[in-house]
Design a protein around this ligand. Structure first.
Ligand code: SF4
Ligand code: SF4
Length: 86
């Protein structure tokens, strides 16, 4: 099936200094779109986007982060490329 395109919200590590590396955000993602990188999270935005397009808005990762280290930001998937809005 062809991948859907459009706008979606996806997480970004905004405050690395308050992240205590609990990985709750990683475990909370239903499609395993987050993995642990060097000192912060790496997000597979394509996987995140496809989940949002299929199931609707998703806040799981942000809700699970009790440190407030990550925020959702708007992105657009168009012609196979993902760009940040704004
Ligand atoms: S849930 Fe928050 S504090 Fe825990 S690893 Fe993810 S970003 Fe860091
Ligand atoms: S918004 Fe949902 S699908 Fe996207 S990374 Fe967070 S938990 Fe995963």
């Amino acid at each position: 099936m062809e991948a859907k395109e459009g706008r979606f919200y996806s997480p970004r590590m905004k405050m690395v200094e308050v992240c205590h590396k609990c990985r709750a955000c990683i475990y909370a993602c239903p499609v395993k779109a987050i993995e642990w990188g060097v000192g912060e999270i790496i997000v597979d935005r394509f996987a995140c986007a496809q989940h949002v397009f299929k199931k609707g808005e998703c806040f799981n990762c942000v809700v699970e982060c009790h440190q407030g280290a990550i925020v959702l930001e708007e992105y657009e998937l168009k012609d196979g490329k993902i760009t940040k809005i704004g």
